[in-house]
Design a protein around this ligand. Structure first.
Ligand code: GLC
Ligand code: MG
Length: 690
C-alpha cells in the first residue's frame, strides 16, 4: 500500500524539528512523522509519503525549499511548489490553496503509480484531498487534530473565521471514507457535534509516543539550559511544554505557581524566539504577559523560561523533572489530545492536566496524574501541591505512567491504521458478518476479558465461525461503539453481525460497509426513561462520581462507586422514586443505570427475535456483573475461568457452563462442550477440522 499524508501548516521536516519556531510548528508534526515512519516500516506498506508546501525562507530552514526529503527507506517528504514561496501561517494558507492543488494534481498526473490512500491532516488538507479524490479516485481518511466547534465558547478567534472553519471541517468529515481521532473525547463528544458525522466512520487509533531514554549528557544539557534562571536548581521541577498561544493558558500556571514557589521551580518551554518582542503577534503578547506575571509575583530565581530549546533538551528536561520528583502541567483551556501528557508518562513524570479534552482519557487510562479545571489557578495549584507533598501518590503516578505508556507506540498505531485502511478500502463483506436465511444459531459474547486476553482463543473462535456459517456472532459490551470497534480491531476479533453496546442500551447492525443503529431498541413504546430524574437522585450521593461525559449515553448513566453499601442505597433510592431502571454494578467500581427494558439480556432477546432464532439455539458468554442478566436468561451460558467475583454465584446454575480456560479459549471450550453435549444440533466442531 502507498499512503500519502497531506499537511499544509507548520515547518514540516525530518528531525530535528524546531518545534515552536512558528506558531503552527507543533504536535501535529510529531504525529505525522511518528505515524509515517512507523507505516513505512509496516510490511503492508511500501511507501509512506508526506506532502506539504514548499517555501523558501532561509531563517526557517533551507530544507523547506527542497522538493524531496527522504526520511528513511520508504518514507518520503514531498514538497509542492504552489508558486508562492513564502511561509504561510495557518490562517493565511488559503491564499495559495488553489495553486497548491493545481500543482499537486499536475505532479500526481505525471506519476506512473498513484497512492492508494490519502490521510488528510486538518480540514484544509482534506479539501486538497477531496480534489485529488475527484481527479484520481483516491479516497481519503481525515484526522482533524483540533476541531473548531469546541472553540465556539470563546477561546478568542473571530466568529466569521471560526464559522468558516467549522464548515470546512464538516465538509472534510462528509467526504472522508473514515475519520480517525486520538481521544475518546474527540471521537465521542467533539466529532458527533458535526452534522456530517456518521459514527460508523469514526475510528479511534491511539497515537504513539517515541521516547528514547536520554543520555546523561542530554540531562546535563537540560540542566545548563535552566540553571541561569534558578536560585536553587535542586528543587522539584514543575514543567510545562506548550506553544506561546493563548489557549495553552500558561498564565494560569504562573498564577497557580506563585503561592507554592517555595516548594519547587517552574520551567516553561513556550516555543522558540529571539527576543520577547519578536515573532508572531500572539506569541509576543503571550510571552509579554508571562514576563509581567513573573514580575508581578516576584518570581525571580524560581522560574526558568529559556527562549530556545532543542528536542534533546526537551527530552533531558522531562527526565530531569522526573528525577527531581516534579510534575508536568498542561493547563490548556482545551486540549484536543495532548501528546505531551503521554510523553510525560513515558518519562515516569506525573501530570496535572486540563480536564477539557483528550487528557481526560489519557490520564484516565494511564492513571498517571490529576485532572484540573484550567480556568481555576487555585485548582491547578492544589493539584500540583498534592503531587509534590504526597510521596506515595507521586510514586504511584510515576510508575503507572512508565508502565502503562509502554504499549502506546507508533508501531501499534501503524498496525491499526493498516487494518483500518484495508477494511475501509475493501468493502467486500467479511465471513458471515451478515445474517442470512441459513442462520440458525446465535452466539452473543461480551468483549473485555471474555474474548480479549487470548489471541489463540480468538483464532479458534474465527475458525469456529468460519466452519459454522449458520452461527450469527454478536458482541455485547459495556463499551461504546467506537471503543468496541477499536478493541476488536486491536485484538483481531471477527466481524460480528451486530454490536450490542453501552451495556445493552444500544444495538448496531453490520451492513457490511458500516453499522446501522437499530431504532427499535430499546422499544420507545415500552421504554420509560427519565434521565433527569436519575440525575436528580444521584445528586443525593455526592461521593459517587459520574464517569466522563461521553459515557453518559441516550439510555445509560454511568458512575464510579466504592462500596456495596453505596450500591444498595442507590438501588433503594431509585426504587423509592418508582423509577423503572436497571442498576448494574461491575468490577467493584463501575455502576450503570439503564431503563429496565434495556440491558444485555433484553438486547440478546431483541437480536434473536429479529433473526428469528429460538431460545434454545442461543449461546452467550461473559465474565462480569454487566453480563449477569444475559447469563441468567440464556439457556446455553458460558462463564470464562477468569470471571469476576460478582458473578461467582451464577457458576453453579444448570444453564451455565463454567470453562476451565480463561478468555476466548474458555469461550470456545464452552461452545464446543455445549454443542457436543447435544444441546443443539447442526454444529461443526472447530477441533475436528481436517
Ligand atoms: C464499559 C463502559 C462503562 C461501564 C462499564 C461496565 O467500560 O464504558 O461506562 O460502566 O463498561 O458496564
Ligand atoms: Mg467483560
Amino acid at each position: 500500500m502507498h499512503i500519502m499524508s497531506i499537511a499544509l501548516g507548520g515547518c514540516i521536516r525530518g528531525e530535528p524539528v524546531p518545534y515552536g519556531i512558528t506558531e503552527d510548528t507543533g504536535g501535529h508534526i510529531t504525529y505525522i512523522l511518528g505515524q509515517m515512519r512507523a507505516l513505512a516500516r509496516h510490511p503492508g506498506v511500501h511507501c509512506a509519503e508526506i506532502v506539504t508546501r514548499l517555501f523558501d525562507e532561509p531563517e526557517l530552514g533551507a530544507i523547506h525549499a527542497r522538493s524531496v526529503e527522504e526520511l528513511e527507506p520508504g518514507c518520503l517528504l514531498t514538497r509542492i511548489d504552489s508558486g508562492n514561496r513564502r511561509y504561510l501561517a495557518k490562517d493565511d494558507l488559503r491564499v495559495d490553496r488553489t495553486d497548491f492543488i493545481e500543482a499537486l494534481l499536475a505532479e500526481l498526473g505525471e506519476r506512473e503509480r498513484l497512492p492508494d490512500l490519502i490521510h488528510a491532516h486538518f480540514a484544509d488538507a482534506a479539501d486538497v484531498a477531496a480534489h485529488v479524490q475527484r481527479a484520481f479516485g483516491i479516497p481519503y481518511i481525515y484526522t482533524a487534530h483540533s476541531l473548531g466547534m469546541d472553540k465556539l465558547d470563546g477561546v478568542g478567534e473571530p466568529c466569521d473565521a471560526l464559522e468558516a472553519r467549522i464548515e470546512e471541517e464538516d465538509r472534510a468529515i462528509a467526504g472522508a471514507i473514515a475519520v480517525i481521532g486520538s481521544s475518546r473525547d474527540e471521537c465521542e463528544r467533539q466529532l458527533p457535534a458535526y452534522p456530517s458525522t456518521r459514527m460508523d466512520k469514526v475510528h479511534r487509533i491511539i497515537p504513539g509516543v517515541s521516547v528514547i531514554p536520554p543520555h546523561a549528557n542530554q540531562i546535563q544539557q537540560a540542566q545548563r539550559l535552566i540553571d541561569p534562571f534558578l536560585r536553587d536548581p535542586d528543587k522539584p521541577i514543575i514543567l510545562a511544554v506548550a506553544r506561546a498561544v493563548r489557549k495553552k493558558n500558561l498564565a494560569a500556571l504562573i498564577e497557580a505557581f506563585a503561592p507554592i514557589r517555595k516548594k519547587a521551580n517552574l520551567v516553561i518551554l513556550a516555543g522558540q524566539r529571539c527576543a520577547s518582542n519578536e515573532g508572531e503577534d500572539e506569541q509576543v503578547e503571550v510571552v509579554t504577559d508571562l514576563l509581567h506575571l513573573i514580575d508581578r509575583h516576584n518570581l525571580y530565581g524560581s522560574v526558568a523560561y529559556p527562549k530556545k530549546h532543542s528536542s534533546e533538551e526537551v527530552a533531558g528536561l522531562y527526565a530531569l523533572a522526573a528525577r527531581s520528583r516534579g510534575v508536568f502541567v498542561n493547563p490548556a483551556l482545551v486540549e484536543p489530545y495532548g501528546l505531551t501528557i503521554l510523553e510525560a508518562a513515558a518519562y515516569g513524570l506525573p501530570v496535572v492536566a486540563t480536564k477539557v479534552g483528550g487528557p481526560v482519557d489519557t490520564v484516565g487510562e494511564l492513571g498517571h496524574g490529576l485532572l484540573v479545571d484550567p480556568r481555576s489557578p487555585s485548582d491547578i495549584g492544589v493539584a500540583i501541591e498534592r503531587l509534590l507533598d504526597d510521596n506515595a501518590l507521586w510514586s504511584e503516578c510515576a510508575a503507572n505512567g512508565a508502565n502503562n505508556s509502554r504499549e502506546t507506540n507508533w508501531a501499534r498505531y501503524a498496525d491499526n491504521f493498516v487494518k483500518l485502511a484495508r477494511r475501509t478500502l475493501d468493502t467486500s463483506v467479511g465471513v458471515n458478518c451478515r445474517a442470512g436465511p441459513g442462520t440458525t444459531h446465535l452466539f452473543v459474547s461480551d468483549l473485555d476479558n471474555t474474548i480479549t486476553g487470548c489471541t489463540d482463543g480468538i483464532e479458534r473462535l474465527r475458525a469456529f465461525l468460519h466452519d459454522n456459517p449458520n452461527f450469527a456472532f454478536v458482541i455485547a459490551t459495556g463499551r461504546s461503539l467506537v471503543e468496541a470497534r477499536r478493541i476488536m480491531r486491536e485484538w483481531d476479533v471477527p466481524e460480528p453481525v451486530a454490536w450490542v453496546t453501552s451495556v445493552g442500551s444500544e444495538i448496531y447492525w453490520n451492513s457490511g460497509t458500516g453499522c446501522v443503529r437499530d431504532q427499535n431498541f430499546p422499544a420507545l413504546s415500552k421504554v420509560q426513561w427519565e434521565p433527569e430524574a436519575v440525575d436528580a437522585i444521584m445528586a443525593g450521593f455526592p461521593n459517587i462520581q459520574p464517569q466522563p461525559g461521553y459515557e453518559q449515553r441516550s439510555f445509560k448513566r454511568s458512575y464510579f462507586f466504592s462500596t456495596q453499601e453505596e450500591v444498595s442505597e442507590i438501588r433503594s433510592a431509585l426504587r423509592m422514586a418508582d423509577l423503572p431502571v436497571r442498576v448494574i454494578a461491575s468490577h467493584d467500581r463501575l455502576l450503570d443505570i439503564l431503563p429496565a427494558s434495556a440491558g444485555k439480556a433484553a438486547a440478546m432477546r431483541h437480536v434473536a427475535s429479529v433473526l428469528r432464532i429460538a431460545p434454545e439455539k442461543i449461546f452467550a458468554a461473559g465474565d462480569s456483573g454487566n453480563d449477569e442478566d444475559m447469563l441468567i436468561e440464556c439457556r446455553n451460558a458460558i462463564i470464562v475461568e477468569n470471571h469476576s467475583a460478582e458473578i461467582k454465584k451464577l457458576t453453579s446454575r444448570s444453564n451455565v457452563y463454567l470453562a476451565r480456560n480463561a478468555h476466548a479459549a474458555g469461550v470456545i471450550e464452552g461452545i464446543e462442550a455445549m454443542t457436543r453435549d447435544g444441546l443443539s444440533a447442526g454444529v461443526a466442531m472447530s477441533g475436528a477440522r481436517g
